[in-house]
Ligand binder design. Structure first.
Ligand SMILES: Cc1cc2nc3c(=O)[nH]c(=O)nc-3n(C[C@H](O)[C@H](O)[C@H](O)COP(=O)(O)OP(=O)(O)OC[C@H]3O[C@@H](n4cnc5c(N)ncnc54)[C@H](O)[C@@H]3O)c2cc1C
Ligand SMILES: NC(=O)c1ccc[n+]([C@@H]2O[C@H](COP(=O)([O-])OP(=O)(O)OC[C@H]3O[C@@H](n4cnc5c(N)ncnc54)[C@H](O)[C@@H]3O)[C@@H](O)[C@H]2O)c1
Length: 521
């Protein structure tokens, strides 16, 4: 390379064999996290056909790197370490936190916070099982410190993974100077190929006083739990943090524009979640928008489109995210982006400039960590692993870690083909027969009437995310309702309901009303 990668960028490089956790992997599963992917790094360079081909032809040898990745989040880290493992000369820049949104200010700390809230609610529920739980109190600063220690451990794990895979890491911001040239911190770097994996950031509505609100980035480091919070938005983050904060003892109001939360999810899940929010003591204000925020000392007044005002300690915007492209210098490289910043790509993650790729949230397709990591892995295998492949975004399961959680895979009832069969079960889960908590579980299957294939599965209730992962395998494999019916359940579980749904609740009827009334549920 002819240059030393040290100094102001803080770049480091080490090589060696490697095992590692996937981005966002829960840290309490060390054995599973140690994926059996060896990274003999430079040994790979001798045997890897891509490297041999490239070195034979000397393609790209006048550039510093075969691949430079901008962004060390879920997509970028996976791409960089797999590409380096295939023997490519890889550089990667991250200017904020290794592991990106998911590890630092997203999935992982959020899930720890959900768990914290669930312990408190569980302690209350335990009374129904004979436990004396009089002294239940939560130590917010203690919990945040414990959470931060775990996130710090994961940050170190990510840089370690990259270094041991043989990638050169830069603790610096990168921007384009030209199609093959980047400014990384204070250094010029050139690369044969460049991947943009810069993720996204929270959006604030353009209303007066918007800066008086917090966004999800702030919520992970609040010095104290706000006593009263107004969540604005009805999406993933709004309902997840409403559950977290209410579970930890805050008074919570949630304000959203639609009649129900979680637009795009199955209508029964949405209705069930709205009921669950209210049952958790959350004030639900639907069909309204925020119009302005004003400060009243340390308190905040949120004025709404219906003329009402809510005064609280904190207004929390969870009103969507926008791709991170500001200051990237896309124009210098000739890369085009859509008006909101999303970078359009083809099926092989190529932007309009063939040697520049984009993946993960910056493309604003399906903004989930497992999608970002799968894209990174597929791109690395395609470019450097002699294994061209694409991933399918059909039947990607997802979960919302509300309290209770919900999870989904495949089509919703709204999107199901005419005549599809709908099976619904709604019941009080066993634990709440004794806890006394007014909480229902809802499960639903949607079956194609012609092929008998199960084309959608939806659940609201405890363990929904854990249960749905297995159903996603069945649906991806094309399981039919007859396959579900011949599967013997595990008793006593809630999950067994998915294999004992025998009575059709209704049919999708695009011509008018559903064939059977919803009351049949
Ligand atoms: C609160 C919250 C909760 C979430 N929960 C879940 C969940 O439970 N499950 C799930 O699947 N998904 C969840 N997500 C979504 C998930 O976090 C994202 O889909 C995922 O992180 C996207 O990965 P990425 O690599 O595309 O981007 P990111 O993880 O955002 O990584 C991009 C990185 O690029 C860096 N960067 C940006 N510009 C530059 C530059 N010019 N130079 C150098 N570095 C740069 C950024 O600092 C960032 O670290 C959640 C998101 C949020 C906000
Ligand atoms: N469990 C998970 O997998 C998980 C969790 C959190 C986030 N995520 C990802 O992160 C993305 C961002 O999450 P999010 O909750 O911020 O976005 P979202 O798109 O899920 O929801 C945004 C909400 O804000 C509302 N909104 C937008 N502009 C508004 C305005 N001006 N005034 C009032 N309301 C407005 C929308 O109607 C919607 O209800 C998600 O779409 C998802 O891809 C995933």
């Amino acid at each position: 390379m002819g240059r030393g990668w040290s100094g102001s960028t803080g770049a480091r490089k080490r090589t060696g064999g490697m095992t590692l956790p996937p981005a966002g992997a829960p840290a309490n599963r060390p054995d599973r996290d140690r994926a059996a992917i060896p990274f003999p790094s430079h040994a790979n360079r001798a045997t890897n056909p891509y490297v041999r081909r490239r070195e034979n032809r000397m393609i790209g040898m006048n550039h510093d790197f075969d691949l430079f990745v901008i962004g060390g989040g879920s997509a970028g880290v996976r791409l960089a370490r797999i590409a380096a493992g295939h023997g490519a000369r890889v550089g990667i820049a991250e200017d904020r936190h290794w592991g990106g949104t998911c590890v630092n200010i997203g999935c992982v700390p959020k899930k720890l916070m959900v768990m914290a809230a669930e312990y408190g609610l569980g302690a209350t529920d335990a009374r129904g099982f004979g436990w004396d739980m009089r002294a239940v109190a939560h130590d917010w600063p203690g919990f945040i410190a414990a959470k931060d220690r775990e996130i710090g451990r994961l940050n170190g794990a990510y840089t370690g993974l990259l270094e041991r895979a043989g990638a050169t890491i830069f603790n610096a911001r990168a921007r384009f100077l030209g199609p093959h040239t980047l400014m990384v911190g204070e250094q010029h770097v050139t690369a044969d190929r460049i991947a943009i994996a810069t993720g996204g950031q929270p959006l604030r509505p353009a209303i007066p006083g918007a800066d008086l609100a917090i966004v999800s980035d702030d919520a992970f480091h609040l010095p104290a739990r706000p006593e009263h919070v107004v969540m604005v938005g009805g999406g993933y983050i709004a309902v997840e943090f409403a559950g977290i904060l209410a579970g930890l003892g805050s008074k919570v109001d949630i304000v959203y524009r639609q009649p129900l939360p979680l637009r795009g999810f199955d209508p029964d899940l949405r209705a069930g979640l709205a009921e669950a929010l209210a049952a958790n003591g959350i004030g639900v204000h639907h069909g309204v928008e925020p119009v302005r925020i004003e400060a009243a000392g340390a308190r905040r007044r949120l004025h709404l489109s219906n003329g009402h005002m809510i005064e609280a300690d904190c207004v929390f915007f969870a009103t969507g995210r926008a791709p991170n492209v500001a200051g990237l210098g896309l124009d210098k490289a000739g890369v085009t982006a859509r008006p909101g910043g999303a970078i359009p790509i083809d099926e092989d993650y190529r932007t309009n400039v063939p040697h520049i790729f984009a993946l993960g949230d910056v493309t604003d397709r399906l903004n989930l960590t497992p999608v970002a990591t799968a894209e990174g892995h597929a791109l690395a295998d395609t470019l450097f692993g002699n294994r061209p492949r694409r991933i399918s975004l059909a039947n990607v399961a997802s979960a919302v870690f509300s309290i209770p959680p919900l999870a989904t895979v495949g089509v919703t009832e709204d999107a199901a083909p005419d005549g599809a069969k709908v099976f619904v079960a709604r019941f009080t889960p066993m634990r709440h027969t004794l806890s006394g908590r007014a909480r229902k579980t809802m499960m639903k299957l949607i079956v194609d009437a012609e092929t008998d294939q199960v084309i959608g599965a939806h659940m609201l209730g405890e363990d929904a995310a854990e249960i749905m992962q297995g159903l996603a395998v069945a649906i991806t494999a094309g399981a039919t309702k007859a396959d579900f019916d011949r599967t013997i359940g595990i008793h006593p579980t809630a999950a067994e309901e998915f294999v004992t749904l025998r009575t059709e609740t209704r049919r999708v009827n695009r011509g008018g009303e559903s064939a059977k009334p919803r009351a049949a549920e």
